[in-house]
Design a binder for this molecule. Structure first.
Ligand SMILES: Nc1nc2c(ncn2[C@@H]2O[C@H](COP(=O)(O)OP(=O)(O)OP(=O)(O)O)[C@@H](O)[C@H]2O)c(=O)[nH]1
Ligand SMILES: [Mg+2]
Length: 508
């Protein structure tokens, strides 16, 4: 879908495909080695382009649940969302989780019912599921004409026009389209009676339901406009893009400790929601992704950095397009920019000309998978350490340091086990360090009160198999074999509350 929005937005000439074979174009948004290899998105990508008088900052996120940490961080930076649903499968568990995050943030959601070119569920049933499972209104902006092999196009309910498409080879170019009303003889002639009659019947049903498109409900995130189509075939992409631009909101005010920071606030402010190193093998540096919330960004400006409390000069600023970048001189609220060359920057940090602004936008997660990472090749110790440090800073993974043990291996903690694979792959690919993963016996981590002293920790009564450790900020945690064991701890140590999440640290 991202690729197709770029194609229709005029940002790429030829749409690539995730399944691209050698010598063919790869997807602009999935530029990482491992993504090309596995054909899935692993890391979110920022693509900025101009279209129809708008500047669009498109943030493409992975859908796999193991990468949800990255996805949720990115959601903190956006103003509206396109939710892509497989029309054969309906709402998948991961979609539901992401949807919840959007709803909590009140972000308007546009729904694209994808893959209508394959046997799909009935469109009425899909709408019903949206309303029932997600608990919001669903307003079909357009409607599929035929489905599966017979899928020919969509009917735009606002303009009362059919859009009949033709497939192009590999969907590399815009799909030719014929537009006309239901009674247009040329278009009618392209549809068999059954398809035509069913479409007309369904459209009548929708009209009878009598719901109007309510822009305010969409902006409040209470109703989702629904578009049908097929990404690979480029069907329905233009309609989605145009309506997205028409109905999506401008950058909103951000709430910070109960105070609203409006985009027109003259002071520059923004926050870092992502860090990524080695995006361009030629540069081998790290980029901090900043969402601008207020004021104007100018290259070389000096800002206050929340984590260090220091003033920093932002001289190396970039506009981003996948793994390509270009120097940028100014930017505005709603823009996402890349800053290079600041090792002290971390995820969640605020950059601002008004030090009283500190955003706390980045959600935190409880790891559920644990493993030791071993470096089998002592000659590569430096690369191994350096690579791991970098990946920690990017938030690809967390590490814990075990207390009272001779085991000096880093214990990795992740939301999903695929994150371990990404660490291993990137260590080898970007740092030349092969590593070995070893199973660890815990499945649950809980944070202990930060004010506990070493002797308090010694005095705890620990269930068998429980291990104490420290997170990167030296906050004490307990690792349990299972939920039951964590529950037992609470019974035997009633005065020691356990927290699911790490406490927030100074500056973010
Ligand atoms: N039949 C059919 N297949 C499609 C369509 N759109 C996408 N696909 C296929 O679905 C698969 C996943 O597509 P992607 O574009 O990687 O989906 P994604 O949502 O970016 O996936 P992740 O980012 O990895 O979570 C690919 O094999 C596509 O070819 C469509 O309209 N019809
Ligand atoms: Mg993807």
């Amino acid at each position: 879908m991202t690729e197709k929005l770029l194609l229709y937005g005029g940002a790429v000439q030829l749409a690539g495909s995730v399944t691209a074979r050698k010598h063919q174009r790869a997807t602009t948004s999935d530029w990482m080695e491992l993504e090309k290899k596995r054909g899935i998105s692993i890391s979110s990508t920022v693509l900025q382009f101009e279209y129809d008088g708008y500047r669009i900052n498109l943030l493409d996120t992975p859908g796999h649940k193991d990468f949800s940490e990255d996805t949720y961080r990115v959601l903190s930076a956006v103003d509206s969302v396109i939710m892509v649903i497989d029309s054969a499968k309906g709402i998948e568990p991961q979609t539901l989780k992401l949807f919840e995050v959007c709803r909590q943030r009140g972000v308007p959601i546009f729904t694209f019912m994808n893959k209508c070119d394959r046997p799909m569920q009935s469109p009425l049933k899909l709408l019903d599921e949206l309303e029932r499972v997600l608990g919001i209104g669903a307003f079909p902006v357009n409607w599929p004409i035929g489905n599966g092999f017979e899928f020919q196009g969509v009917y735009d309910r606002k303009s009362k026009q059919m859009h009949l498409f033709e497939r192009t080879i590999g969907g590399q170019y815009r799909a030719p389209v014929a537009i006309g009303g239901l009674d247009d003889p040329a278009l009618r002639g392209r549809l068999d009676d059954e398809t035509f009659n069913r479409t007309v019947e369904e459209l009548e049903l929708l009209e009878m339901a009598g719901e109007d498109f309510d822009e305010a409900e969409v902006l409040a995130g209470k109703t989702t406009p629904v578009f049908f189509g097929s990404g690979v075939n480029n069907f329905g992409v233009q309609l989605l893009l145009d309506d997205l631009l028409k109905y999506s909101p401008p950058p909103k005010a951000r709430v910070m400790a109960g105070i609203e920071v409006s985009p027109d606030n003259p002071n520059f402010s923004g926050f870092i929601f992502k860090i990524q190193a080695n995006m361009d093998p030629k540069h081998r540096d790290r980029i901090a992704f900043v969402r601008i919330c207020s004021g104007k960004f100018e290259r070389d400006m000096t800002v206050h950095h929340s984590r260090s409390g220091k003033k920093v000069r932002l001289s190396s600023s970039h506009k981003l397009f996948g793994n390509e970048r270009e120097t940028l001189d100014e930017a505005w609220p709603g823009d996402v920019i890349g800053l290079v060359g600041h090792d002290s920057f971390g995820i969640g940090d605020t950059l601002t000309t008004d030090p009283s602004i500190i955003y706390k936008e980045i959600p935190r997660f409880t790891p559920e998978a644990f493993a030791y990472l071993r470096n089998p090749n002592t000659a590569k110790f430096k690369q191994f350490r350096q690579g791991l440090e970098q990946l920690l800073q990017e938030g690809v993974i967390q590490t814990l340091e075990l207390r009272d043990t001779l085991v000096k291996l880093p214990l990795l903690a992740a939301v999903g086990p695929l994150q371990f694979e990404v660490v291993q792959f990137r260590l080898e690919n970007e740092y030349g360090a092969v590593s070995r993963l070893e199973a660890a016996p815990w499945t649950v981590v809980r944070w202990l009160p930060t004010d506990m002293t070493e002797s308090d920790l010694d005095a705890l009564s620990l269930p068998t198999g429980t291990q104490l450790a420290y997170d990167v900020n030296r906050h004490p945690v307990a690792l349990f074999q299972n939920e039951w064991s964590a529950g037992y701890f609470t019974q035997t140590n009633p005065r020691v509350p356990l927290a699911n999440l790490a406490p927030r640290t100074v500056g973010n």
